[in-house]
Design a protein around this ligand. Sequence first.
Ligand code: NAD
Length: 457
Amino acid sequence: MSRMNKNIVCIGAGYIGGPTMAVVAKMNPDRKVVVVDINAERIKAWNSKGYDLPIYEPGLVDVVKEVRGRNLFFSTDIRKAVKECDIVFVGVNTPTKMFGRGAGRASDLQYWEATAREIKEWATGDKIVVEKSTLPVRTAAAMDAILNDHAKYGFTVLSNPEFLAEGTAIKDLLEPDRVLIGGPSTKAGAAAVAEIVSIYRGKGGRWVPAEKVLTTNVWSAELTKLAANAMLAQRVSSVNALAGLCEATGADIDEVARVIGADRRIGPKFLKAGPGFGGSCFKKDVLNLVYLCESFGLHTAAEYWSQVIKMNDHQQERIVSRLFKEMFNTLANKKIAVFGFAFKADTGDTRETPAGTVVRLLDEEHVRISITDPKAIPNAKKDLADLQGIEYQTDPYKAAKGADAVLLMTDWKDYPGLDWAKIFKSMRKPALVFDTRNCLDAAALRKLGFKVLNIGK
Ligand SMILES: NC(=O)c1ccc[n+]([C@@H]2O[C@H](COP(=O)([O-])OP(=O)(O)OC[C@H]3O[C@@H](n4cnc5c(N)ncnc54)[C@H](O)[C@@H]3O)[C@@H](O)[C@H]2O)c1
């Protein structure tokens, strides 16, 4: 392998590429980091003078202010960046494939393969190519074959899946539970892994402690990311399956989950009943795992993981069924104010948001829908552009005015502190609140005169 430089390019300036590279640049002031994308609008937003960044993450603006122009750069010139940087992270999107073989389950790898071919075309020396996107097992082998077939230079492909959660991305990046780097057991593989480990250790070893940087073979790394997301999604579906039973029996899911979570073998996190998981990753990654199991003839395992998705879809249908029942079996022309559209608090991301599914089901019932959210209104408008007559309000009081029900879908931290007496007064009676996140004070709301529904109680 020829001598390489320490510069980093990341292809893909999305929810993963942007925040990850901002923190990589912060912790490695001696490395130049360039984030590139084919989406010129996104790059323009990353470069905007007023820091009007394309995604919202708590703490992100401060990191970008510190490093942009110092050693972090955003650009659309992919060719130049690939030429100048010998370490290439690839964080492009890998959505579920919607056509042909594996439609609805497999990963669509066209963006990834296109990127690999671009790297090969524009390289002027050896490169370390790092998979940051979540990819099916053995993608690295395919990429290795494409990159190294009749190539002028040597390419070493590593897998470094990202475990950050949206909404806490900067904190997760600064203090990760673990960093995972998978590499081939060749001499070049070991050298490439050591280089990526040194990035995560940070300048002077000030970033991730050595014991938290885990190295494996490439396939283990690829599978671990899918498996970790599947296990998290499975916890959500398990607790939501129990929530329905709690509603039927008079048990309280929050009490049940608290006691289950006190068992150290289980732990308290990700045991919150709610409207089901959303976000760009869980559904896609579980479907991908299902497809992998099927491809290897493991049909019972495939069926097992499919149930995680089925349970999640069912949870959203159940929300609408309960509203229907509680609102006298007719929703037509009633007004429902949807509080929160983002798939979780502290993000503007609405990909696969449960609120989207619920709004579409309500729309089928001819509900008059008013949506409020502090960060996600622009994305909600795009997602629901095909629906007529949806009202969008940044002010929750305006959204609730004249409504028959408030349907809380995202646990934004401002919602419990709203003036609920004022909201009650402005609504049509009987006034219902369906708190699908169990984050409001139900007893206080009942005192004000609301009828209150929760998940799992
Ligand atoms: N969002 C998360 O929380 C999260 C967490 C862990 C892993 N991941 C994984 O990271 C990957 C990226 O996810 P994301 O949420 O950042 O997606 P995203 O859609 O926000 O960003 C991907 C970006 O890649 C760009 N792109 C696509 N093809 C390109 C090409 N050929 N050249 C240059 N740019 C190109 C797109 O324009 C887009 O801006 C996915 O595989 C996802 O599963 C995401």
